[in-house]
Design a binder for this molecule. Structure first.
Ligand code: ATP
Ligand code: MG
Length: 575
């Protein structure tokens, strides 16, 4: 592509609205432009990157035996009422009416539509297993669209849905997608990790997320330094600390702690460290009006996903209202503790390992010190209730847990019968019995992958594309071509030769200063750069520089074609 024919401007200044590197660089390099909150246009060079990612996805999905189809973005409300997500989905689901006052949604995901296809088309076990996928626009009215295409409202997803007769087949299909995703993210040149995920309301089902590791990532992920255990923070398990609890040493005492409602306030008032205090939260129970007490150590955080799965605890987890707290404890939040509570009490393993600790006295402005489990509290139930922290022992027993930041680029999920049951998608098995289909679903945020790739690969001068998704492999920069016939001719010829060899070249034939061209080449992150200058040509030399190189090297003009051909092949293989 000749840049002289390309009307998009790069930006020198960092756009004020962009907080993270990928968003800044995508705007500066002119890959995307904002239309409205969470809505972006993909400009020609940006679209080339997006298409490369899509191509890799298609190849690997096809290789795994999945079948590509395309479903509408707009979906009738009836399907969403059938699956009950019309009520359950919440404000991320954009609803609208057509001219006949019929309700529709903009698809945030396509389980309903694909299940409708499955129940119409699949009649017999002989048609199974099958996996359908599409690469298509989604709309989610996100509370906080941000970071450009990273968390947009309109974005492109590759979504796949598999249908199976039995559990073994679902496992196999899921495994095939795990392998396909591993190949996809490896081929795009990203450093990533597959982690266990919490499967939300549909407990018990298996789900894993693929995260690109980056400090700016929105998600906390946890992994063991001793083996391959990895989970997102919601799902990461914690285990009881080794050894047995010390015997009680102190006597129980009531102390006045006026105004000390928080662990920080309490620990500075009593001069005890937060890890010697406990926090007691009163949450709603499953029976109407009932409450449950959850206890974690003062320096730990409650994990709502884990707590919401405990017997008797309402899911999703909600804090009890003040009157219910008062009824159950006799006091208000800030002074609640497990001593003398009438409701069920779950205690996190780490809190349960404490002796002689501090807790609320169930009386305003009062706390207890020297508290001990059982002796002072009666029976409680041990549970895994908290977020893992750096240095926790791995739940596998090997190594310690470490925390990192990740960008979720993919999610694979064994759905089971959630949609097939409510929407009655069934086939006849070998003996002629009707069987409800088992289902898996598998998503990749295609547009987010582009942003994640930049987040992981950039420097202060610009993007550094992994070669397999670079918009062009080579940028060809003639120095002051308007002043030298020889520079123009050599560059034109090399451009034609490289193009004929099937290499994607960005030809900066603009009438611009060399410094401007070099800066744009680096901002755009093209892997290989060739400079054609009058001075070098006198001795038959061009200049070559890889995007990650610290200096240029001379390149004999007559060897340039072969050199680049080899360099491009090499970086493609490395990706
Ligand atoms: P997140 O937790 O980031 O909101 P999600 O769990 O809602 O993601 P899924 O429903 O599993 O996401 O969607 C599949 C993939 O689509 C995600 O792994 C992610 O890569 C991508 N994705 C989801 N929401 C967005 C968004 N608002 N903008 C861009 N990509 C998104
Ligand atoms: Mg989401």
């Amino acid at each position: 592509m000749r840049l002289s024919h390309y009307p998009i401007n790069t930006l020198k200044e960092i756009p004020a609205e962009a907080e993270i590197a990928s968003h800044q660089l995508m705007l500066r390099a002119g890959l995307i432009r904002r239309l409205a909150s969470g809505q972006y246009s993909w400009l020609p060079i940006g679209l080339r990157v997006l298409r490369k990612v899509e191509q890799i996805l298609r190849e690997e999905m096809n290789r795994a035996g999945a079948l590509e189809l395309l479903m509408p973005v707009t979906q009738p409300a009836e399907l969403w009422q059938e699956s009950r997500r019309w009520q359950e989905y919440g404000p991320e689901l954009l609803r609208f009416k057509d001219r006949h006052e019929r309700d529709f949604v903009l698809g945030p995901t396509h389980e309903e539509v694909i299940t409708d296809i499955a129940r119409r088309e699949l009649k017999s076990y002989r048609q199974l297993p099958v996996n359908f996928y599409q690469i298509q626009t989604k709309f989610r009215d996100e509370v906080r669209p941000r970071f450009g295409v990273m968390r947009a409202r309109e974005f492109i997803m590759k979504d796949a849905y598999s249908f199976h007769l039995d559990e073994a087949s679902l496992q196999q299909g899921y495994r095939a997608m795990y392998d396909a995703y591993t190949r996809i993210f490896t081929r795009t040149g990203l450093t990533f990790r597959a982690v266990r995920a919490d499967s939300g309301a549909i407990g018990g089902d298996v789900s894993q997320e693929f995260h690109v590791l980056a400090d700016s990532g929105e998600d906390a992920i946890v992994f063991s330094d001793g083996d391959d255990y990895a989970a997102n923070l919601e799902a990461a398990a914690t285990v009881p600390p080794p050894g047995s609890r010390p015997a009680p040493g102190a006597t129980l005492a009531r102390v006045a702690t006026p105004g000390a409602r928080t662990i920080a306030g309490l620990s500075s008032f009593l001069k005890v460290t937060p890890e010697r205090c406990i926090k007691t939260l009163i949450v709603n129970g499953t029976d109407s009006g009932s409450v449950v007490a959850l206890v974690v150590r003062g320096d730990h955080e409650l994990n709502a996903a884990k707590a919401g799965k405990l017997p008797g605890v309402a899911s999703p987890l909600t804090l009890a209202a003040a009157p219910a707290v008062l009824a159950a404890t006799g006091t208000e939040p800030g002074f609640v503790g497990p001593v003398g509570l009438k409701c069920r009490v779950y205690v996190d393993y780490a809190a349960l390992a404490l002796a002689d600790f501090v807790c609320g006295a169930n009386e305003k402005d009062m706390h207890l010190t020297g508290v001990n489990w059982e002796r002072d509290t009666g029976a409680v139930t041990a549970a895994d209730l908290r977020n893992a922290v750096d240095g926790d022992p791995s739940p596998t027993g090997r190594g310690r847990l470490r925390l990192a930041r990740g960008i979720e680029v993919g999610h694979i999920f064994q759905l089971g019968r959630k949609y097939s049951e409510s929407m009655k998608a069934m086939v006849l098995d070998e003996s002629g019995r009707e069987v409800t289909l088992l289902m898996g679903c598998y998503g990749i945020g295609v547009t987010r992958v582009v942003a994640a790739a930049i987040e992981q690969n950039h420097d202060e001068r610009g993007i550094i594309w992994p070669a397999p998704i670079a918009p062009f492999q080579v940028v060809l920069v003639p120095v002051n071509p308007q002043q030298s016939e020889r520079v123009r001719e050599t560059s034109d010829r090399l451009y034609d030769q490289l193009t004929a060899a099937g290499i994607e070249v960005l030809y900066d034939d603009r009438d611009a200063r060399p410094g401007v061209k070099f800066a744009d080449a680096e901002l755009l992150g093209i892997p290989h750069r060739i400079v054609v200058g009058e001075r070098g040509l006198k001795s038959g030399q061009l200049e070559y520089r890889g995007r990650r190189d610290s200096a240029s090297t001379d390149l004999p003009a007559d060897q340039a074609l072969e050199f680049i051909r080899r360099a491009v092949a090499h970086s493609a293989a490395a990706g």
